[in-house]
Design a protein around this ligand. Structure first.
Ligand code: 5AD
Ligand code: SF4
Length: 441
């Protein structure tokens, strides 16, 4: 039983964790395969942030079990659902799961798998640790252009809607030395872009070193040409971090700044610890430092008790800020969170739907206008892949602001930086043509 197939759901932290899991398994002699049918062991690295993520995984396990009925294949659940739903997962006789392992226990995977093989019983470990930072595991990345680096794990914010503090445990930061070593090795391996990850990157701190220090240090590494980070919390966006983002040419001019709601009373109920005005002041501050900064956001509609007029504050802030793009979600009650205990999920589904449709329409218009402003510009684009099936003659890459740029193929490869002139725009992508010379090898 040595061939493993892993499916990843959810956020970029989960993508990164899958790379850690691959590394742990390969070191123990396992082989990672790309097709479920070749596998002896199937792992689902799951997300629990919203109910539809959960349901998707349950359906998938049912399908897998049904399909592999009678096969000697092992199926296990990793990630946030493991911590959040261990009991349900293990007690559900239809799922017949072999193991359930939470985000801080991946180093024990080989041992747990052996336990299952020896005893014929399922095994689990969903203990959360205050210290596990996987500093000694070098992620097993699969080629690619961008390398994720988790600079911290867990979260101490306890936004009332959010399950992350319960599924991933307390916040802990890795040492800058360890992170820089990893980034140097990535540069040697040919990665040109790194994305520093944390549930709340601006609370990164290690001894007296903060996130601004870390960004600067990573930017001094030869070979790393672009640095991204996600996500900061608007409550404590330090000025020196803003200086580094605005002033350091290697740091991309894009800030993903989750707003969640526009109304101050709702923000208080969410425990976001900033007001509508604080958020607007921060956006002004960002644009004072760098007027063209790309700003994107996350929004939740229909948080308990959010009234129609309070929802109008979200519309108002979106009109004022003019985000480049926004991920908009319906509130989804998560078991064990503060909101689930204190605030009944009382906004009707139809109201949530109405609100999300309105916001998506508004944001589409804004995104289109914003993107149209780029038409005519020359931009540096890092080629990520041949474009989708729809346009096999195109390349797809991203500009400094993290926007997708599509342009006709030429004699370049994935991982090349090219200069592209933007010729057209939709709400989601920019289109362009190569403007000849390459920026860098
Ligand atoms: N319901 C809806 N959306 C949520 N998010 C987090 N928790 C919930 C929830 N319970 C959204 C937030 C967060 C993004 C990653 O997911 O907007 O920023
Ligand atoms: Fe959830 Fe808030 Fe932590 Fe983000 S910062 S993961 S929204 S608790």
């Amino acid at each position: 039983m040595k061939k493993v197939y892993i499916e990843t759901y959810g956020c970029q932290m989960n993508e990164y964790d899958t790379e850690l899991v691959r590394s742990v398994l390969v070191k123990d002699g396992y082989q990672i395969v790309e097709r479920e049918l070749e596998a002896d062991i199937i792992m689902l690295n799951t997300c629990s942030v919203r109910d539809n993520a959960n349901r998707k995984v349950y359906n998938r396990i049912h399908t897998l079990r049904h399909f592999h009925n009678g096969d000697p294949v092992m199926i296990g659940v990793l990630g946030c659902m493991a911590t959040n739903f261990r009991q349900n997962l293990l007690n559900d006789k239809n799922l017949k799961l072999d193991f359930v392992v939470g985000p801080d226990s991946y180093k024990r995977l080989p041992q747990l798998i052996k336990e299952v093989q020896n005893t014929g019983k399922s095994a689990y470990d969903v203990t959360l640790s205050e210290f596990e930072d996987y500093a000694d595991v070098y992620p097993h990345r699969q080629g690619g252009i961008n390398a994720w680096i988790a600079v911290m794990r867990g979260c101490n914010n306890f936004c009332t809607f959010c399950v992350v503090p319960y599924t991933r445990g307390r916040e802990r930061s890795r040492s800058p030395r360890n992170i820089i070593q990893e980034a140097k090795r990535l540069a040697e391996e040919g990665f040109k872009q790194v994305t520093l990850l944390g549930q709340n990157v601006n609370s990164y701190h290690y001894e007296e070193k903060d996130f601004a220090y870390l960004l600067q240090k990573v930017s001094q590494i030869d070979g790393i040409q672009r640095i991204r980070f996600t996500s900061p919390h608007p409550k404590d966006f330090p000025h020196d971090l803003l200086h580094v983002v605005a002033g350091n040419p290697k740091v991309c001019k894009h800030i993903h700044l989750p707003l969640q709601a526009g109304n101050t009373r709702v923000l208080n109920l969410m425990n976001r610890t900033y007001s509508k005005e604080d958020y607007l002041t921060l956006v002004d501050d960002i644009r004072d430092h760098y007027p063209e900064m790309i700003i994107t956001t996350d929004i939740i509609v229909g948080f308990p008790t959010e009234s129609d007029s309070e929802f109008e504050d979200t519309i108002d802030i979106m009109e004022k800020v003019q985000f480049d793009s926004a991920f908009i979600f319906k509130y989804s009650e998560r078991k064990g969170t503060i909101a689930a205990r204190r605030h009944p999920d009382d906004v009707p589904e139809a109201t949530k739907t109405h609100r999300i449709v309105r916001l998506n329409e508004l944001q589409n218009e804004i995104s289109l206008q914003k993107n149209r402003r780029h038409v005519g510009e020359f931009q540096e684009v890092l080629i990520e892949q041949e474009s989708t099936r729809k346009s096999p003659h195109d390349f797809q890459g991203r500009n400094d602001g993290n926007k997708i740029v599509i342009f006709p193929k030429a004699d370049y490869r994935k991982g090349d930086f090219v200069r592209v002139q933007i010729t057209d725009a939709t709400p989601n992508v920019l289109k362009g043509k190569i403007a000849n010379e390459e920026f860098a090898a």
